[in-house]
Design a protein around this ligand. Structure first.
Ligand SMILES: Nc1ncnc2c1ncn2[C@@H]1O[C@H](COP(=O)(O)OP(=O)(O)OP(=O)(O)O)[C@@H](O)[C@H]1O
Ligand SMILES: [Mg+2]
Length: 342
């Protein structure tokens, strides 16, 4: 249940609740899980929640960002090394797999794992054993792996930049996190949460957020998703004098400018977004008259197939209270015009 989740997970939009509802089930499963979603959508937060709600919660939650470590060091970081395994290896060192024993290993930016390491990771996942560098011995581990990426892994597979066998091994349980623009009804709650957090951190009384500012933030597109919103609110809290949140107009215009450059999205992401829009409009009715399939001009089975492929849950129960249309992202012109209110 969403209420029992880690306290820092904010959001009640249908698209996000759909994800939250899956967490306890996924946590219990102990299977390899792949979290996909744009940058800043909360992949790490969800990975931690899966660990917290699993039977491994008393064990370690170990992170490794595959993009942050040079390829030459990554193997030793993952699997460890023996003393003298390479120049500079003065001591034996445990890799992240061993450190995550009886816990969860969170492999972030998995799309950046070099091709030559991919068979070794596949083996570790399949055999639950690792071979530290330079020793020729194997060590048994008991690790649940949660991986995350903001890249389209299936596309990387088709480009031969990611091994298909590893992709299928990782994609046992896929989770697709919605972008903030697909859950804009969560923005007010997130803004309030961040304003409270940063006001308290700065020892300020909680700043109030004028309605017109909230409207503006709600209609902004946020290509950097929750992280970008969070940073924006932090800056606004720091810079505001007095009891009211007053974000700077220049900041918003600058962000709008950056968004125009960042607008290029993959075909799959565009398709997913459009299907989500139509599903929200039809109250998640897929087939039948007025259903999403007929609106999209597709046979019902084709749409269901597409939804599965794109990681859109089909079993959502349409509740009239929850299923509300998130307003479409406002045009930049509106955003900039509204900014003049500030
Ligand atoms: N539902 C949420 N409620 C409150 N804060 C959130 C939520 N989701 C994410 N955040 C905050 O937003 C920031 C980004 O989240 P996170 O690091 O999990 O995103 P990510 O998808 O892993 O991003 P990246 O792809 O860039 O690594 C973090 O500071 C996190 O605490
Ligand atoms: Mg991350």
């Amino acid at each position: 249940m969403p209420g029992k989740l880690h306290e820092e997970i904010v959001g009640r939009s249908p698209a996000f609740v759909n994800v939250l509802n899956q967490i306890p089930i996924i946590a219990k499963s102990d299977s390899v899980t792949l979290i996909q979603g744009e940058t800043g959508t909360g992949k790490e937060v969800i990975a931690a929640a899966i660990h917290d709600q699993s039977a491994r919660s008393n064990g370690p939650f170990v992170k490794l960002n595959c993009a942050a470590i040079p390829g030459s060091l990554l193997e030793s970081e993952l699997f460890g090394h023996e003393r003298g395994a390479f120049t500079g290896a003065v001591n034996q060192s445990k890799g992240r797999f061993q450190r995550a024993d009886r816990g969860t290993l969170f492999l972030d930016e998995i799309g950046d794992l070099p091709l030559e390491l991919q068979p070794k990771l596949l083996r570790a996942l399949q055999e639950q054993e690792v071979e530290p560098l330079g020793g020729g011995r194997t060590v048994r581990v008991d690790v649940r792996v949660v991986a995350a990426t903001n890249q389209d892994l299936a596309r990387l597979v088709s480009l031969k930049q990611f091994r298909a066998d590893l992709y299928y091994r990782l994609n046992v349980i896929p989770i697709y996190l919605p972008a903030l623009r697909e859950r804009s009804s969560d923005i007010p709650e997130l803004v309030e949460y961040f304003v409270t957090k940063f006001s308290a951190r700065l020892n300020k009384p909680k700043l109030s957020v004028p309605e017109e500012v909230m409207e503006l933030l709600k209609h902004h597109e946020w290509p950097g998703n929750i992280r970008e919103l969070q940073n924006f609110v932090e800056r606004a809290v720091v810079m505001s004098c007095g009891p009211v949140l007053r974000p700077s107009l220049a900041d918003l215009q600058r962000m709008t400018h950056v968004e125009s450059a960042a607008e290029c999205q993959t075909l799959a992401a565009a398709e997913r977004e459009h299907i989500m829009d139509i599903l929200n409009q039809t109250g998640w009715l897929v087939g039948g008259q007025g259903g999403a399939a007929s609106r999209l001009g597709l046979p019902r089975t084709t749409l269901i197939h597409k939804m599965r492929k794109l990681g859109i849950e089909t079993r959502r129960s349409p509740s009239p209270r929850r299923v509300q249309n998130d307003p479409p992202p406002a045009s930049r012109a509106i955003a900039v015009a509204a900014a003049s209110i500030l």
